[in-house]
Design a protein around this ligand. Structure first.
Ligand code: IYR
Length: 221
């Protein structure tokens, strides 16, 4: 079986416009911040649906699209997720994380409390399909699923920022409780948990900066 191939059609733009767009998008993305202080202000479900559609435009190994986005607004489920996440996080902060790890996090002021899970109007839980589970119960392979889902999460964070909302990339660890709470099939592995909403009126972010180009890129011209 092979897909029919169709022309790739995109309007060509001048190099000046290319340069302008690259500056514009860089400056826009440079304003994105991980935010931990959420408002409980509602965001319509249709908005979240489009953000997820955007995430799901990501490339994936053999186009298997090995992701599931579970979107939680239900209050009881959010409470259950918060409780389970805090239980794991408390164990991590109180002994499972190395001294170096705790020292690296100390300036960011994180701890095991995760109130944002209940406060944010939506919590998107991203699952990675380790393999496909077909209707007849048989399995199919996925490929480069970590890379694929990572890219999709990047698209999602960009879409959230573009929509004027904020998000936090939260990785309670271990995170297998998410499969139980959300009743997901055995082929799905929790990847990341992303509260989404408006920032609270008094939200703060650490005054941190990104590495300059010459520390992150090497050109072999
Ligand atoms: N998962 C924990 C700890 C944590 C780890 C890293 I690396 C961070 O950049 C931030 C937090 C938590 O969510 O608190």
């Amino acid at each position: 079986m092979s897909f029919p191939f169709i022309p790739y059609q995109r309007n060509e733009i001048s190099l000046n416009q290319v340069a302008d767009k690259s500056v514009e998008f860089y400056e826009f993305m440079a304003e994105r911040r991980s935010v931990r202080d959420f408002s409980n202000r509602n965001v319509p479900r249709e908005v979240i649906e489009r953000l997820i559609l955007t995430a799901a435009t990501a490339p994936s190994g053999a186009h298997k699209q090995p992701w599931t986005f579970c979107v939680v607004r239900n209050k009881d489920l959010k409470t259950a997720i918060k409780q389970a996440a805090e239980e794991e996080e408390r164990l991590s902060y109180d002994g499972r994380m190395s001294a170096e790890w705790l020292a690296d996090l100390a300036p960011l002021g994180t701890d095991w409390h995760k109130p944002f899970i209940e406060i944010a109007p939506w919590v998107i839980v991203v699952f990675r399909k380790a393999y496909e589970l077909k209707n007849d119960g048989s399995r199919g392979q996925t490929y480069y699923s970590h890379e694929s889902v990572g890219i999709a999460v990047g698209f999602l964070l960009a879409a959230i920022h573009n929509a004027g909302l904020v998000a936090l990339t939260h990785t309670p660890s271990p995170m297998n409780f998410m499969r139980t709470i959300l009743n997901r099939p055995e082929n799905e592995r929790p990847f990341v948990l992303i509260p989404v909403g408006y920032p609270s009126a008094n939200a703060t972010v650490p005054d941190i900066h990104r590495k300059p180009l010459d520390q992150v890129a090497y050109f072999y011209d």
